[in-house]
Design a protein around this ligand. Structure first.
Ligand SMILES: Cc1ncc(COP(=O)(O)O)c(C=O)c1O
Length: 396
């Protein structure tokens, strides 16, 4: 073997989500796209808002030369300023362009942040279930994940987090609205977390960062608001993107933003800019960066997602599935009626329904249903969900 042992083993154990996605492609080729109910990947089915295309056409026709060259590693100054102004409008703090680094999606932002703050062996507390790419991202920077399960309703278990905070803790990494649960952490929970972290920071005499991964921030239902961590905890950094709320995951555009009240603001910012460069990103995609200032207050119409959520929740409850109703993102995370979640995904696959086992999110005994699909897919899948439940309950 010529490649690194670590990558060899990662390939072997790599994402159950991707495996399902690939299985879906195979099944679609075999039995037709319309007969496969693919809830495996969080790939938004909605088209980007029309304004996105209008803005792109204007940008492409812009006659000013030199638009496609290198730029500062943090991104175009006017884009960073527009994002800073947007953040100032939506938070209590006043942001400057230096607080923003444009990145290749939220995944890029997380890697930039982790590279900037992690020393080898530093621990990062992650409430589970969680997006398991975090394990790879932490490993990239020799950080150690410290997984702390959430409560039964997927809210933060503050007592467990308090127990996990120690002299090695460098950060707590949260994701709200959450993938895979759809949970939105409340202001009260986040304030409680902030207080714990402040106390721990003093006790262990070190900065403990709160990293908030929030690409689903604008996808919330029933009038709920996703609270701002900037207003809650000073040592905070947000990683986000336009992948989900503008349906642009393939365009790889996002940003990292630091709290203006963070300690050593300039050093953190300089570290992130350097990290963006030396991770090989160099800078976030230029054309997308130029589009961002026109799109900050725009998002896809999320009502089709809410409709899908409601249809699924109503039907699955009727069939006997147990779950916490999601408040945001586009995922439902029901308990499996049998203990073995991988086996239950196979039973669903017999109904041509593709879901991801909870094990892929460090939470066995569940499945994740990504309902960012057409309403027709949701509706046509329902009899299969019912049959799968009957099968394991041994009902005719
Ligand atoms: C919780 C979470 N964080 C980060 C990402 C990565 O987002 P991006 O495509 O913007 O890199 C995803 C993508 O599904 C996600 O679910």
């Amino acid at each position: 073997m010529t490649i690194a042992k670590k990558i060899q083993s990662s390939i072997k154990n790599s994402s159950l989500i991707r495996k399902m996605f690939e299985e879906g492609a195979r099944m679609k080729a075999e039995i037709g796209e319309e007969n496969v109910f693919d809830f495996s990947l969080g790939n938004p089915n909605l088209e980007p808002p029309p304004k996105f295309k209008d803005v792109l056409l204007d940008l492409i026709n812009d006659p000013v030369p030199g638009r496609h060259g290198y730029m500062p590693n943090a991104g175009f100054p006017e884009t960073r300023q527009a994002v800073a102004d947007f953040l100032s409008r939506n938070n209590r703090a006043e942001f400057a362009s230096g607080d923003v680094v444009m990145t290749t999606g939220a995944g890029g932002a997380l890697n930039v942040i982790l590279k900037t703050i992690i020393d080898p062996g530093d621990e990062v507390i992650i409430p589970s279930p969680y997006f398991v790419e975090y394990n790879f991202y932490l490993d990239n920077h020799q950080g150690i994940p410290r997984i702390v399960p959430t409560k039964n309703d997927f809210s933060l278990d503050l007592a467990a987090i308090e127990d996990a905070l120690c002299e090695k803790t460098k950060a707590v990494l949260i994701n709200s609205p959450n993938n895979p649960t759809g949970k939105v952490y409340s202001e009260e929970e986040l304030s409680g977390l902030g207080r714990l972290m402040e106390k721990a920071g003093k006790k262990f005499s070190r900065n403990i960062y709160l990293i908030s991964d929030e690409p689903y921030r604008k996808i919330v239902y029933d009038g709920i608001r996703s609270p701002s961590i900037f207003d809650i905890y000073n040592e905070s950094i947000v990683a986000t993107s336009f992948s989900k709320d503008l349906s642009l995951p393939g365009e790889r555009i996002g940003y990292a933003a630091i709290n203006p009240a963070i300690s050593e603001r300039d050093i953190v910012s300089s570290g992130m800019i350097l990290s963006n460069r030396i991770l090989g990103f160099v800078n976030a995609p230029g054309l997308m960066q130029r589009a961002v200032p026109y799109l900050l207050d725009v998002s896809v119409d999320i009502s089709p997602y809410q409709k899908n959520r409601d249809i699924l929740c109503e039907a699955l409850e009727r069939f006997g599935y147990r779950f916490v109703k999601p408040q945001g993102a586009f995922y439902l995370f029901p308990e499996t009626p049998i203990k073995d979640d991988v086996q239950f995904t196979s039973i669903l696959k017999e109904e041509n329904i593709l879901t991801v086992p909870g094990s892929a999110f460090a939470c066995p005994g569940h499945i994740r249903i990504a309902y960012c699909t057409s309403q027709k897919t949701v509706e046509r899948s329902l009899p299969g969900f019912e049959r799968a439940m009957r099968k394991v309950m041994k009902k005719p």
